[in-house]
Ligand binder design. Structure first.
Ligand code: SAM
Length: 275
């Protein structure tokens, strides 16, 4: 949201937008900003300006550094407004309870989630190996009316996922497993038509497990962060990686999801496994 941060900087009188490297993430009524170049007083002024500017905003947090660790969490500190990290986020006709400090969530993936959900056909069995608080799984269950199994290692994210299932009235369709996706072949007794691997920094390590769980002729949606200058270079890297990991005669179509940093691109591969 570059326009929002530009307006907040102007209103706070702290200098030009060339001082910030990214926009604002708005999750429910919480805004998350990155303001590494500013001093503490300036940051607070930007936080207050955002609260004045955006009607339904109640909290402004600063993110320091990237998304880190096994649970893919942001390091956050309070800048303005109420002191909390739990909120209710609405997207694509669903509502998600999210704790932005203790669970992963990115509002920037809403279009991607819709795209994936729209591709799911009737009667498919879907597995999401890295489910977070449920934004992919719940949208799929709600739109396609199919059964979804979600796996999530962060116990609090899995708990919020179950709450979100009830909130969106899909608790009869979605099963949440709190555990390591690597152990799924021992836990689930079925094979899946479609498997999602939305863990772009680690998905390659789990591809063999996904293949064990996929039906013949099944589909994978595989995400990767790649250090590339453009989509062409990123696609070349992803194609080379998949060649070494997928069974022969698999077909993949590759696409750019978003830019995730200077010279880092998130790519998706829609894979069709051989029958
Ligand atoms: C990039 S986030 C994506 C979450 C969710 N799909 C979304 O879009 O909001 C990756 C998630 O995988 C979880 N995770 C990491 N390692 C895992 C593992 N070995 N097994 C299951 N979940 C894992 C993290 O806790 C995190 O919630």
């Amino acid at each position: 949201m570059p326009r929002l941060i530009r307006a907040a900087l102007e209103r706070a009188g702290v200098g030009g937008p060339d001082r910030v490297s990214s926009g604002v993430d708005v999750v429910g009524d919480i805004a998350i900003v990155r303001l590494a170049e500013f001093n503490r007083r300036e940051k607070k002024r930007v936080g207050e300006s955002l609260l004045d500017q955006v009607k339904n905003l109640r909290v402004v947090l600063e993110q320091e550094g990237g998304i880190e660790g096994e649970y893919r969490l942001r390091r956050l500190s309070h800048l303005a407004g109420e002191k909390r990290t739990l909120t209710l986020h609405r997207e694509n006709g669903c509502a998600f309870k999210v704790d932005v400090a203790r669970t992963y969530f990115s509002p920037r993936l809403s279009t991607e989630r819709l795209r994936v959900a729209e591709g799911v056909g009737p009667g498919e069995k879907v597995l999401n190996m890295f489910a977070g608080v449920g934004p992919f799984s719940i949208l799929i269950a709600k739109r396609a009316g199919v059964r979804v199994t979600s796996c999530e290692v962060n116990a609090y994210a899995a708990e919020l996922h179950e709450e979100n299932d009830r909130l969106n009235k899909v608790e009869e369709l979605v099963d949440v497993i709190n555990g390591d996706a690597m152990g799924l072949p021992r836990l689930v007794r079925t094979k899946f038509d479609r498997i999602l691997l939305p863990h772009p920094s680690q998905a390659d390590k789990f591809l063999a497990t996904a293949l064990e769980l996929a039906k013949k002729g099944g589909r994978l949606v595989y995400y990767r962060h790649l250090p590339a200058v453009d989509e062409e270079e990123a696609a070349k890297m992803l194609r080379a990686e998949l060649k070494g990991l997928l069974p022969p005669k698999s077909r993949s179509s590759l696409r750019r999801v978003r830019d995730v940093g200077p010279r880092w691109i998130e790519m998706a591969a829609d894979v069709r496994l051989p029958a």
